[in-house]
Each structure stands twice: as C-alpha cells, then as structure tokens.
Design a protein around this ligand. Structure first.
Ligand SMILES: Cc1ncc(COP(=O)(O)O)c(C=O)c1O
Length: 390
C-alpha cells in the first residue's frame, strides 16, 4: 500500500482528548483508548502540505468562505455520492453538533418534541434537552444481527409528542447501518406528512463498506429538500475534528435565514482559516488517500471479525458503514457497571459504553477501529484475557 497506515503515531501530550484525559474522566491512566470517533492515523499528506504552506504565509486574519470553497465541497459530494448540491446553499459551522443545536433552535420552539432513533450518538439527546426541547425516542429494533427502524412507533411518537424535528443519523453511529433508499423514503414521507423538519447528520457518509451505498436524504425526493438540512464535515473522513470545520446544507431560504439569525445571536461569523484550508485540500486532493484508508479500515474490520471468533461472548454487529464497531456483549451476563469495570479495570481499555447511547445500548460496547492494526490487536488481546479471567 502506498501509505503506511500501520505506523504508530504517539498522540500523548498533544492535548489529545482521546489519550490525554483518561484520569480527568475517571479512567485508569494506563487505558488504551478506542472510544471517541477520531483516528490514530495522520491525515492525508495533501492536507498537511496545504496547512504547512498556509502556516508559512504567517498572517491569520479573518476569513470567509467564498463560492469557490463551497464549489470544492459540492464537487466532493457529486463525485462520491452523486449529489448535485448547490454551492450557494452551504453554511460553515465549527462542527456538526454545533449545527444540530443551532438547527434545533432555528426550526423548533422550547417545549417542542425532537425525535431520534436510539441507540444513537449521545450528543443528539443533549442537543435537544440542553435547548429545553422534549427528547422523544423511537428505539431501533435489533433482528437477526441487524438494526431496523420501527416505522409505526416512529410515527406514533411524532403525533403523540408534538414533534417538530427529527435528527437522523445516516450512516448510523453506533449501530453501523447505512440506511437503504426505501427506509429513508419512508422516514421522509412520515416527517413530511407531520411537518417534521429533518436534521440529517451525514458526517460518516464517506465510510461505507462493500455493497452499501450512502443515500443523501435531500436527494431522495424533491419535496424533502425544503424540509431538511444535511450536516456534513470532512472531519471523520480526513481526521480533522480538531480543526472545527463543517459544511451544512440548508436548501430552504427561510430556514437558512433562521439559521443565520441564530448564528448572529451567538456571535459566530467566520470559520477558522486552517479548517477551511484543510477541508478544501482534502476534498480537492485527498480522494486517492481516502480510498486507500477505506481499504485499510475494511481490512481492520476483517481482522476484528476474525479475532472475535476467539472471544465467543462478544458478537459483532456487522457494520455497513462508519469505523465504529458495535459489540454485543450481553452474553457475558454483566450489568452496565460490571461490563464497564471489566473493560476499564481488567482489560485496561477505554471504549464507549453502550448505555450512553440510550437504553437500548445496554450490554453493548463501541469500538473505534480507525487505528493501526497493531493497536487493535493489542486491544483485542487485552479484552480476551480480561474475559478469560472473569
Ligand atoms: C454522528 C456524529 N455526528 C457528529 C459528530 C461530531 O461532529 P463535530 O465534531 O463536527 O461536532 C460525531 C462524532 O463522533 C458523530 O459520530
């Protein structure tokens, strides 16, 4: 392979959330972290080169994205997902969670219901409750190792709870589903029927495994366009979370105006120059690197799948997308506290415990496989030994 994804890069003492905050967050100092969704793999060389060259300029004054920046963003999505996005309809924010909170404020009122399908990325719930909206949950259903939406429950919860917005996770973190066209259509139709605005978080869209195709929500039906926002970012694909850049697509002029008003209220006007530089370089010149990375991660997945044959109590929920694996640990027969203790105290690992994603996540753990294979091997070895001695 052209790029050395096996190379270990020491992230300690870089103010790294994943590696430098174990003790502050109540974990043993020696844990190996495979929790938060960033990679232990350096970004594409083209991105580093662009950042170096911009740094050498030496002036870091205020910056604004022009149409050419958003044209680069749109081109990536056209090439990768066949999506004809209009560059004029993107807005930059310093992250997708920031955008979700801002959208909630823009399209709903205090006390309104906001629905999501748990287990799901945990900041969805806090984005709703921190903004004094009512969190409404429709649980995903697990059947034969695959998660599904319970459409009847989803619609009933909408009508019963004055729901005004839906936060869709597509592809879905943590259960790894890449939603099919029929599923997205059904969700969109229900939302349209009940006047529910769809906040579609598509931050993981570039990571799909073989035979699975990501469908951009707004492309499914013309009628969906005006009632949705598509949240995108280069941060997962190119490991740029620390550069705080995301590109949010809002087709409706009215909603875009409300969104901009909310940004005005918090005084956010210009994105950081390094984030924009990195994003443009990634989307313009990082495609080939990204394809190699995806191959490496698919091999990591195969490695874990194989390794787990030796850990019979842990069952992999086969992912269709994302680099986050959802491990069914229920056969261990432990409650959440005991499972967390096994993972952290015995295996000396820092994973994301399933229960934090919602009640349905109880008995599961989330494992981030975006790291050199030797890190994964070490983590799985620790897990195997800990379970053996349990
Ligand atoms: C589904 C999902 N949305 C959003 C984020 C975070 O995005 P940002 O760092 O841009 O707020 C993550 C990170 O793990 C995620 O998994």
């Amino acid at each position: 392979m052209k790029y050395d994804f096996d190379k270990i890069t020491d992230r300690k003492n870089t103010s790294c959330l994943k590696y430098d905050f174990a003790v502050e967050r109540g974990r043993p100092a020696s844990v190996l972290p495979l929790w938060v969704a960033d990679m232990d793999i350096p970004t594409a060389p083209a991105v580093t080169d662009a950042l170096k060259s911009r740094a050498e300029h030496g002036i870091f004054g205020y910056t604004m994205p022009k149409k050419d920046y958003f044209s680069v963003v749109a081109k990536w999505f056209k090439q990768r997902h066949g999506w004809n996005a209009d560059p004029e309809k993107f807005i930059c924010t310093p992250g997708v969670v920031f955008a979700i909170c801002t959208l909630i404020k823009a399209v709903t009122k205090e006390g309104d219901g906001v629905i999501c399908c748990q287990p799901v990325y945990y900041p969805f719930a806090t984005s709703v409750t921190n903004n004094n909206r009512k969190l409404v949950v429709s649980e995903l259903k697990l059947k034969d190792g695959r998660y599904y939406i319970d459409f009847e429950d989803f619609e009933n919860k909408i009508t019963a709870n004055n729901v005004k917005a839906f936060i869709l996770c597509s592809p879905h973190n943590p259960v790894g589903r890449v939603w099919e066209r029929e599923e997205i259509t059904r969700l969109g139709d229900i939302c349209l029927k009940h006047g529910v605005f769809v906040i579609s978080d598509e931050i993981h869209c570039d990571f799909t495994f073989k035979n699975h195709t990501h469908i951009v929500f707004s492309t499914v039906k013309k009628e969906f366009e005006e009632h949705c926002a598509i949240c995108t970012a280069p941060s997962k694909s190119f490991n740029l979370a620390g550069l705080q850049i995301s590109n949010i697509y809002i087709p409706s002029p009215e909603v875009r105006k409300k969104f901009e008003d909310e940004l005005d209220r918090v005084g956010y006007w210009e994105p950081g120059v390094m984030g924009m530089t990195a994003c443009a370089a990634a989307y313009q010149k990082g495609g080939e690197w990204f394809d190699c990375l995806k191959e490496y991660l698919a091999a990591n997945l195969a490695f874990v799948r194989d390794y787990l044959k030796d850990i019979p109590h842990i069952k992999l929920i086969e992912p269709e997308g994302t680099y986050l694996l959802w491990l069914d640990c229920r056969a261990l027969g432990l409650n959440d506290q005991a499972l967390q203790a096994l993972v952290e105290q015995k295996a000396k690992l820092w994973l994301d415990d399933g229960y934090i994603f919602g009640a349905g996540g109880s008995g599961f753990e989330r494992l981030n496989i975006a790291c050199p294979r030797s890190t994964l091997e070490c983590a799985l070895g620790r897990l195997k030994e800990a379970i053996k001695g349990n």
